[in-house]
Design a protein around this ligand. Structure first.
Ligand code: HEM
Length: 496
């Protein structure tokens, strides 16, 4: 239905006319001469700003101030529409999601509280924290991929079948919880509850119907909150010996809030945001990993090329044999495969925004309180932006251009175009960009590295139907893969 939004918007606007578009003079009506004069005046102003020390964005900013966040202009003979997001749109998830994540969740809280929450949790995404997270994720991934999946008797011809989604969910949950609440925590017992909350986020709000998906989600939330409260109480009791995990940092800042103006001041604020980070980080990343494995199973030549790169990476920066961020820097092609998987999978398909005021967007009149969805998926599959968008081709992100023949034939310019870079919306954009995007890419790269250096894989079931009710599109069968061990000297890192 969101794809029909422009049509619905037009119909509603026709029924109840709103003020005229906040566009430049002559933009809509007037004689052809007036329009022609307007178009060239806009172009001249743009070129003047571009050629001045203020840069072309000054042209945009001046019009933004004059006309508001959405306006029409004309550049070099073509009418353009520019839309900014600041004051007229706020992030707004479905009411069900907001209820399950909590009123203080960074994803659902008010504008003002959001700024505070974003600053408060930012510590989790600092460089040292990200480096520590890389090691943690690798330790957990190696435990499963090397420790459990590789045949123990050394028979390198035996194949193993595993469900990729289950493994990815387990590893990412372990790693994220360790970062949020420390190594030995009470969250392992509520792993299933976290999944139930995610499944309920787009369900009908039938809170009074026993057994309904939404009610099960609410009950699961209660149990997660109880486990987190227990964790907090234990820490207060033990005077918090847990060190650097996020919960410790948030609790400590709360105690010393006179020194920390950014501290979250209530227990609810802390708990809602811990739950949000688990949900925002676990299922999204695990889903992305499974799609990546599927695309690489469908494109064996790319899998082999990636394996050649991975086998060539020497883990030289860590005594324990764990992958570090520097090691990952040597996996350029893998990085592009991750990016391409994220484009094709588009885990978060659309981003909802609430119109705070009547306004106009893309020529449509938008009323206050309407929700406008930015449709990321259609951008990622727009052939005008990504040549042959249905072809999995990591090399489309090469500086020198794609090496896939079908893509190369169509492409005139080399390397990813500016439009392509701009329109890759896998992690959103602007002030609400995904906070965990580096962690997500690291998890995908580490998982890929360990799998490539231990196994070849192919899909064990070709059913491509999608899971019903899933918040993020994923295969119903959980992506079962058949693994054939490769001759490698891979060992479980020492810390595990
Ligand atoms: C492949 C994995 C991931 C994908 C595709 C993804 C995607 C996104 C997208 C598209 C948004 C913006 C949504 C919007 O503007 O409406 C977002 C926001 C967010 N993500 Fe992620 N994400 C991923 C992993 C993670 C991880 C690992 C974490 C943290 C542990 C995380 C934490 C967040 C947070 C806190 C926000 C809200 C930011 C704000 O509103 O200020 N994400 N994510």
């Amino acid at each position: 239905w969101w794809k029909r939004l422009p049509q619905l918007a037009a119909e509603a606007a026709a029924a109840a006319p709103l003020p005229p578009p906040a566009a430049g003079p002559g933009a809509g009506g007037g004689s052809w001469l007036m329009r022609w004069v307007w178009q060239w005046r806009e172009t001249a102003a743009f070129l003047a700003a571009h050629g001045s020390g203020r840069g072309f964005y000054h042209f945009v900013h001046a019009r933004y101030l004059r006309h508001g966040p959405c306006f029409r202009t004309a550049l070099l003979g073509r009418v353009h529409l520019l839309a900014a997001e600041p004051s007229h749109f706020a992030k707004r998830y479905a009411r069900t999601a907001a209820e399950l994540l909590g009123a203080h969740s960074i994803l659902c809280c008010s504008h003002v509280e959001h700024r505070l929450a974003r600053r408060a949790v930012a510590t989790l995404f600092s460089m040292p924290s990200t480096a520590a997270f890389t090691a943690t994720f690798d330790r957990l991934a190696s435990d499963v991929i090397v420790g459990q999946w590789r045949p123990r008797n050394g028979d390198d011809t035996a194949t193993v079948q595993v469900v990729a989604l289950d493994a990815a969910l387990e590893i990412s949950y372990g790693a994220i919880c360790e970062m949020l609440v420390g190594k030995k925590n009470r969250l392992e017992r509520v792993r299933g509850e976290v999944f139930a909350v995610t499944q309920a986020m787009l369900a009908l709000p039938l809170r009074w119907v026993p057994g309904s998906r939404f009610r099960r989600g609410l009950e699961a939330r209660k149990r997660i909150m109880a486990a987190l409260r227990e964790e907090m109480a234990a820490r207060q009791h033990e005077h918090d010996q847990h060190g650097g995990d996020l919960l410790s940092v948030l609790m400590q800042r709360r105690r010393q809030r006179h020194h920390h103006p950014d501290a979250l001041t209530t227990e609810e604020q802390i708990l809602d945001n811990i739950l949000t980070l688990i949900i925002a980080g676990q299922v999204t990343t695990a889903t992305a990993i499974t799609w990546m494995l599927k695309y690489l199973s469908d494109n064996r030549h790319i899998q082999d090329k990636l394996r050649a790169e991975a086998v060539g990476v020497e883990l030289k920066n860590n005594q324990a044999g764990l992958v570090t961020m520097q090691d990952l820097n040597g996996m350029e092609y893998a990085y592009k495969a991750v990016k391409e998987s994220l484009r094709m999978a588009t885990i978060v398909s659309w981003f909802p925004r609430l119109a705070l005021d009547d306004c106009h967007l893309a020529g449509f009149q938008i009323r206050k309180d309407w929700i406008v969805n930015i449709d990321a998926r259609s951008l990622h599959y727009d052939p005008a932006v990504f040549d042959n968008p249905t072809v999995f081709d990591p090399s489309r992100f090469n500086e020198e251009g794609s090496d896939d023949e079908t893509v190369k034939k169509k492409k005139k310019k080399k390397g990813p175009s500016a439009a392509q870079q701009r329109r890759l919306l896998v992690f959103g954009a602007g002030s609400r960009t995904c906070l965990g995007m580096n962690l997500a890419k690291i998890m995908m790269l580490v998982f890929l590295y360990r799998l490539l250096t231990n196994f070849r894989w192919e899909m064990a079931d070709d059913d491509t139907s999608l899971e019903k009710w899933a918040m993020f599109p994923r295969l119903k069968n959980g992506c079962p893969i058949r693994l054939t061990p490769i001759n490698s000297s891979s060992q479980i890192p020492r810390e595990s």
